[in-house]
Write a protein that binds this ligand. Structure first.
Ligand code: 15L
Length: 267
């Protein structure tokens, strides 16, 4: 993999990857709709919107691997999610097929499986249980990736990213945190791994309290270096009360947003 395109390169994860991948591949093409820092050697900047298939087709020309981060990064209205996370993700996969790109690494999210009970550990085979419109868009992206792998032979990796932060911010993130340097390592492993068909991997640091079983981390050789436990002393009390949807399910606060359901019915 020599020529890498990052969509959403101006966002938080995008900027961490830009810094961490610099000089590792002959070309990093950095796509965003917002202005970015000036290009350095080995970088190309591209101002383009993922909501246009034509623009994405042009952006993916001569690319070996796409890291698709662009989109709305948290819960939002359907009017925001539909063009950016549904249509935009379709455009990325379809442009990859049209341009014969070999590999797509898709930034999915733990919110694709957010309504699984936090009391149970989950692996990458559990059924989708999105906790938000945002989570539904990530389930869509994972399903789309599966179809492009099966039907068209693309290599597809879906990263169910936890809480990407410099440091964990609350008690839930003692399980879900992923540090910037572990994020860079995980994406590098997905770019550098010999061919794969389709895989899902949780994007999480080596947290003592992780609730995610992650067999594809071993397949990829991903060995996270950071552990949220180092911050536990200041964070353990920072949590919603027991019985709140934010504490009962893997998706945390996303599960509590707009919640009018019956917790006892969610097994
Ligand atoms: C996500 O997918 C969001 O992008 C991020 O803002 C966090 O809220 C994170 O999940 C999380 O679950 O903590």
């Amino acid at each position: 993999m020599k020529r890498i395109l990052i969509t959403g390169a101006g966002g938080g994860i995008g900027r961490a990857l830009r810094a961490g991948l610099h000089g590792r591949y002959p070309l990093l093409r950095l796509l965003d709709v917002t202005p970015q820092e000036a290009a350095r050697a080995g970088e190309e900047l591209l101002s383009a919107d993922i909501t246009g298939l034509g623009a994405m087709r042009a952006a993916l020309e001569d690319v070996d691997c796409v890291v698709h981060l662009a989109g709305v990064p948290r819960e939002n209205t359907w009017e925001a999610i539909l063009p950016n996370n549904i249509v935009g993700t379709y455009n990325v996969f379809e442009a990859a097929r049209l341009q014969r790109v070999k590999r797509v690494i898709f930034a999915s999210s733990n919110h694709a499986v957010g309504y699984h009970r936090a009391s149970r550990k989950i692996d990458t085979d559990v059924l989708p249980r999105p906790d938000s419109r945002y989570g539904v868009s990530k389930v869509f992206g994972e399903a789309l990736g599966r179809m492009y792998a099966d039907k068209y032979g693309l290599n597809v990796a879906c990263l169910r990213i936890g809480s990407f932060r410099e440091k964990p911010q609350d008690a839930r993130q003692l399980s879900t945190w992923i540090s910037p340097r572990d994020t860079v390592q995980l994406v590098r492993r997905c770019i550098d791994a010999p061919a794969y068909h389709y895989l899902i991997v949780y994007g999480v640091s080596a947290n003592t309290r992780s609730r995610w079983i992650n067999p594809n981390a071993d397949f990829l050789g991903y060995q996270p270096q950071d552990n949220a436990e180092d911050f536990a002393a200041v964070l353990v009390g920072k949590t919603a009360p027991a019985g709140d949807p934010a504490t009962e399910f893997h998706g945390g606060p996303f599960c509590a947003m707009e919640f009018t359901g019956d917790i006892s019915k969610i097994d």
